[in-house]
Design a protein around this ligand. Structure first.
Ligand SMILES: Nc1ncnc2c1ncn2[C@@H]1O[C@H](COP(=O)(O)OP(=O)(O)OP(=O)(O)O)[C@@H](O)[C@H]1O
Length: 269
């Protein structure tokens, strides 16, 4: 089954190969990847280490171009880095000499077309950042520096920075991987609330099958390298409404089913 096929697709990969390096020195990271993600969908990419999940995000964002096949976002072929995406990674990568607010406003300050009117629009941007802070539980931190914040707070700031320009597409590469379990689970709910309200499209790379099952509409499992998608599973809505849903037999079955597929991919290297 291919999740999102029923909705208007926002992201499409068709027969995509991607190699790092050239000729005999080259290494094929992805081979024949087909993936469709519907507008407003929350997709998770899981699979064995090194199977090409992060590489897939690089292709979607235009940081890498495929050696074969095509990548389209919103119906247009991706042939250069996209400006309509927000991105967040495992390391929050905040600039230590900038306040929290200045970190969050950075994309608006440097990326076209926002940078042209940044000064003029600053009051509006500030207001939007404050509303985001409020939403993600970061009240009162605007003037603090990143090094004055906990790891979980820094990751919340990174999420705000990824969302400040109201992107249609949010790409997340293990954003919760380095956090303790309690903070991670709080952030799941923060992200879920933001997504439920705004319905941007999300592509989340994660090793955590509980996280994938709780957050995503559709989970895609990659094979061992060279990666391709070997299984796509639409997660029933009743598994991921509230945090209590994570403690149900239904949820456990979903996670177990995915674990089996990932295990199978690992065995068939
Ligand atoms: N810039 C690069 N140059 C050369 N090889 C690379 C580069 N980036 C990734 N690779 C290789 O491509 C393969 C896929 O990497 P990628 O980071 O996409 O996998 P992943 O599934 O995200 O891995 P993990 O789950 O361990 O984070 C790996 O073998 C990796 O070593």
């Amino acid at each position: 089954m291919h999740g999102g096929a029923a909705r208007r697709p926002l992201v499409e990969l068709r027969g995509v190969d991607l190699a790092y390096g050239e000729g005999e020195q080259g290494m094929l990271a992805l081979k024949g990847v087909d993936l469709t993600i519907g507008r407003g969908e929350f997709a998770a990419l899981v699979g064995p280490s090194g199977c090409g999940k992060s590489t897939t995000l690089k292709l979607v964002s235009g940081l890498r171009l495929p050696n074969a096949g095509g990548v389209t976002v919103a119906g247009r072929e991706v042939d250069r880095p996209l400006k309509i995406v927000g991105m967040a990674f495992q390391a929050p990568a905040l600039l230590p000499w900038r306040s929290t607010l200045a970190n969050v406003l950075l994309p608006l300050e440097i990326v076209e077309p926002h940078c042209r009117t940044f000064k003029r629009d600053l009051p509006r941007h500030r207001e939007r950042a404050m509303a985001l802070f409020e939403k993600v539980g970061l009240r009162g931190v605007a003037d603090r520096y990143p090094w004055q914040l906990s790891g979980g707070m820094q990751q919340r700031v990174s999420l705000c920075r990824a969302l400040i320009h109201e992107p249609d597409l949010l790409l997340l590469d293990e954003p919760f991987g380095a956090l303790d379990a309690f903070t991670r689970e709080d952030l799941w709910d923060t992200l879920k609330a933001l997504w439920t309200e705004r319905r941007f499209t999300v592509v989340l790379v994660t090793h955590d099958l509980t996280e994938a099952t709780y957050l995503a509409d559709t989970v895609h499992v990659f094979s061992q390298r060279p990666g391709r998608i070997i299984y796509s599973r639409r997660i029933p809505a009743e598994c991921r409404r509230t945090r209590q849903d994570r403690f149900t037999a239904r949820f456990a079955d979903e996670v177990a089913g995915l674990r089996e597929r990932v295990g199978h991919a690992q065995e068939h290297a």
